[in-house]
Design a protein around this ligand. Sequence first.
Ligand code: SF4
Length: 289
Amino acid sequence: MVTIADLNVKEKPQWCAGCGNHAIVVAVKGALAELGIPQHQTVISSGVGCSSKLPHYVNTYGFEGLHGRSLPVASGIKLANHKLTVLAVGGDGDGYGIGSGHFMHIMRRNYDLSYIVHDNQIYGLTTGQASPTSQPGMKTRTTPYGVVETIFNPLASAITGGATFVARAFAGDPAHMKEMFKEAITHRGFALVDVLQPCVTFNKLNTYDFFTKRCYKLDQAGHDPSDIMKALDKAIEGPNTNYEKIAIGVFYKVQKPLYEDSLPQIKEKTLVEQELSGIDISAVCEEMM
Ligand code: SF4
């Protein structure tokens, strides 16, 4: 049994009042508690950014790494002990900008881990620069005349890049968001949940009101998440409709072999359970010197 109280910490989150991150951390704790995943078997890794403070606010194991590096850390944890429940968290600048190479290539491996991206369409911690998901035309501190680049589409990239579970949630709909986290955590494979997370301080375009008017739920629209072409249609619907329609829910879901299962070295035992004594590593150390 794990309760929300078990997952709470003494520290108060250092996020702006009204920030969507507050709802995300509550939903993460709710999902872990409802799934009954023991705290000592859960690890949350992050990179750098407002979002990446999240591991500090959940009473599980956690690791705050370097900017854009939550996924390599998470995959290393998974390889060391693939029995753990591993969550990686980060923001759109962190994961889709600075860590974009990791994002694309880790998806191809299909590790059994969940990646929650607090997508606020801006760099929040560094006070309001354009990110890869800033809407075209949006004025920021680095784009005073408006964003001119094509927007990065994380869901379409994930669907075509090898992710086996691709979903979107909205921080203004916490009950639905918690269900998306539960589905991602219980999915066997790489699961992306892109969360529309209003940054109330630096993003005055993509507000709670903006999303509330435009978001609709895929399951209520009869979407079939096993159909990759329909999933792609839904993923590009936002840009195609000038963001008048934004779907939330599970876009795509498929079962594929895990990377961990293909490694004979960890077939019988996790790496951390294996005995190291008796193995002579002096030649390897010598080579590294
Ligand atoms: Fe949240 Fe934006 Fe404040 Fe960061 S700057 S805590 S993302 S509202």
